[in-house]
Design a protein around this ligand. Structure first.
Ligand code: ADP
Length: 358
């Protein structure tokens, strides 16, 4: 039957992405110097396929070079298209009923939003992972339309100071939401608006609304967007036209809050509270991923709203990809080192063998 044919097709795809199953891939992306800042000294000494070597000044330990291995390293010249090409198999598996999480991690200004959404002035080539992923889902579901009917809908939420808010509201009132894991149809924030989408332009419209709502907070709390996590969740439901069987997959596309350490002596009040919430949730995320990688029996999902939100999509059969972003500036070396160390910890098990060969 059509169903079996699709299953067989799925199996092939499944094999292609077998190396992704239940695993965590880590891609490192180095952004270019900003225009107008040519010939600055770079903290990156060398980049290869899956390896990056940075310059370590004496202030940060033993002076010299330090190498890190990841599944892939994208240098400053990598295009959005190239970055997406390596992400594509993961996205395809959502149509086969897998859950997927894609994160952008890094200090503020390192290129997280660029990777996920694109530059401020969006051009076709500039389109980030979010748009390309949705575009791909629509394209593939169209290809399968004789055997499957797919419905795609999205939610967009923000986590700020351990509070979850709906970004897909049109009245500017981003209401507070609860995370409830055991909810209908795999929705873990059932009260967030769930909007059906059928084209990339639908998605663009919604993302404009969502980004606009993130910016609302920015007037009061100056650049709040770098201090909150935003998550575009794509729910896919596929019905086999012959048998009526239903597959469900879900994909979280997460632009994390800036990972920079805040100097406690320099900030107080709201800034300090924000920084503490961010540290807490990013380390909770690191703990969850590391504990999954080590196959620990207990995975500490409950330690933050972020990990609660993503619980169904981290571990088990789910596939996780983390883009870690670094800035090339020498000034950023301290953050670059801590970002790469975090990323290395996240990648522990899968990359363990590679690291030994260093
Ligand atoms: P973040 O989301 O981590 O705070 P942004 O994505 O806003 O950082 O990037 C900071 C600036 O650098 C923006 O002006 C962005 O357009 C630019 N930028 C980031 N990554 C790239 C890249 N790969 N190519 C060109 N410009 C980039």
């Amino acid at each position: 039957s059509g169903y079996h044919r699709v299953l067989e097709e799925n199996r092939k795809l499944y094999n292609q992405v077998q190396d992704l199953k239940g695993s965590i891939r880590v891609y490192c992306r180095v952004r270019p110097f900003s225009p107008g800042q040519p010939n600055r000294s770079s903290n990156v000494a060398h980049i290869e396929e899956g390896n990056i070597t940075i310059v370590v000044p004496s202030k940060y330990g033993k002076e010299g070079h330090k190498s890190f291995n990841f599944n892939k390293v994208f240098g400053p010249a990598a295009t959005q298209e190239e970055v997406f090409a390596d992400t594509q198999p993961l996205i395809r598996s959502v149509l086969d009923g897998y859950n997927v999480c894609i994160f952008a991690y890094g200090q503020t200004g390192s290129g997280k939003t660029y990777t996920m959404s694109g530059p401020k002035e969006l051009t076709e080539e500039g389109l980030g992972v979010n748009y390309r992923a949705l575009g791909d889902l629509f394209h593939l579901s169209e290809q399968r339309k004789d055997t499957f009917r797919y419905d795609v809908s999205v939610q967009m939420i923000e986590i700020y100071n351990e509070q979850v808010r709906d970004l897909l509201v049109t009245d500017g009132l981003t209401k507070r939401l609860e995370i409830r894991n055991s909810s209908r149809e795999g929705l873990n924030v059932p009260d967030a608006n769930l909007v059906p989408v059928a084209s990339t332009s639908d998605v663009m419209e919604l993302m404009d609304i969502g980004h606009g709502n993130r910016a609302v907070g920015a007037t009061a709390l100056n650049d709040r967007s770098s201090r909150s996590h935003s998550c575009l969740t794509v729910h896919v439901q596929g019905r086999d036209l012959a048998s009526g069987a239903v597959l469900r997959g879900c994909m979280h596309l997460v632009d994390l809050a800036g990972s920079e350490r805040v100097n406690k002596s320099e900030v107080t009040g709201d800034r300090l509270k924000e920084a503490q919430h961010i540290n807490k949730s990013l380390s909770a995320l690191g703990d969850v991923i590391a504990s999954l990688a080590q196959k620990n029996a207990h995975v500490p999902y409950r330690n933050s709203k972020l990990t609660q939100l993503l619980q169904d999509s981290l571990g088990g059969q789910a596939k996780t990809l983390m883009f870690v972003h670094i800035s090339p500036e020498m000034d950023a070396i301290g953050e670059t080192i801590s970002t790469l160390k975090f990323a290395e910890r996240v990648a522990t098990v899968e990359l363990g063998a590679a690291r030994k060969n260093k």
